[in-house]
Design a protein around this ligand. Structure first.
Ligand SMILES: [Ca+2]
Ligand SMILES: [Ca+2]
Ligand SMILES: [Ca+2]
Ligand SMILES: [Ca+2]
Length: 244
């Protein structure tokens, strides 16, 4: 009888586990900044020099690449108004071959910023459970909307980049919206608070001369064969913890 009860308990625990919130794999503690940076693609704000770099080095799609073809790293900060990124990308050729921002956006050089406001994990391809913002070289921000078509979210992510030789420095401000976001409804971004957890990953689509992107390099390790999961499944995102 006792054994039967413990077996039942074990089954119940297993069931609960399967619907549990996502596991926090890559945890990043994010520094607070009083004043939002001037988004000009230059790290002239003194706080940027005090924040550590994080690697952008997980090859999700494509063959091996050399340093001059791609190398990436990023810094991240927060305040009540949102998240701030400084991203340094070494890329030998900057490519923006498809002018229409809503067509084949993933095959041009672009940053991809994954944000899951409540760190819930789970599927988000056609919902706002999480966002996968593709930030193009021309500043357009694209994600798939709940109606399964690509839409611009240019008011969610502001970006400016500067390029010297083959190094491009991107500076970005990201407003964080929750899953109830409805485009055009005037809904406000979430006000961020200390100790909040946010699901987050960063990636870069590198294309130099090809029809399709040559590499897709992310900030988090994705287990298994198919590493291109971030645009569908927020379980693979890392976890930010906002510190003050
Ligand atoms: Ca700046
Ligand atoms: Ca390249
Ligand atoms: Ca979510
Ligand atoms: Ca490129």
């Amino acid at each position: 009888m006792k054994k039967g009860f413990s077996t039942l308990l074990a089954i119940l625990l297993l069931c609960c586990n399967s619907v549990k919130e996502k596991e926090d794999t890559l945890i990043l503690e994010v520094s607070y900044i009083e004043k939002s940076p001037n988004i000009d693609g230059k790290a002239s704000e003194s706080f940027w020099s005090l924040i550590d770099w994080n690697p952008l080095d997980q090859n999700w799609i494509g063959g091996p690449y050399v340093y001059d073809d791609f190398n990436g790293r990023y810094k991240i900060a927060w305040n009540e108004q949102g998240l701030y990124l400084l991203v340094e990308i070494t890329d030998d050729v900057l490519l923006d071959k498809t002018e229409d921002p809503l067509k084949l956006w993933w095959n041009d050089d672009c940053l991809e910023i994954f944000v899951d406001e409540d760190n819930s994990g789970g599927l988000h391809q056609y919902s706002h459970n999480a966002f996968a913002y593709h930030v193009a070289l021309d500043g357009n921000v694209v994600d798939l909307a709940p109606d399964k078509t690509p839409k611009l979210y240019n008011d969610h992510v502001q970006s400016v980049h500067t390029t010297t030789d083959n190094v491009t420095t991107w500076e970005l401000a990201i407003k964080v919206f929750d899953e109830d976001f409805v485009k055009g409804s005037g809904v406000e971004p979430v006000t961020l608070v200390p100790e909040k957890k946010i699901g987050f990953a960063l990636a870069y689509c590198d294309n130099d001369t090809s029809t399709e992107r040559e590499n897709f390099i992310g900030s988090v390790f994705v287990p298994g064969e198919d590493k291109n999961q971030g645009w569908i499944n927020a379980d693979i995102f890392g976890t930010l913890i906002l510190k003050k």
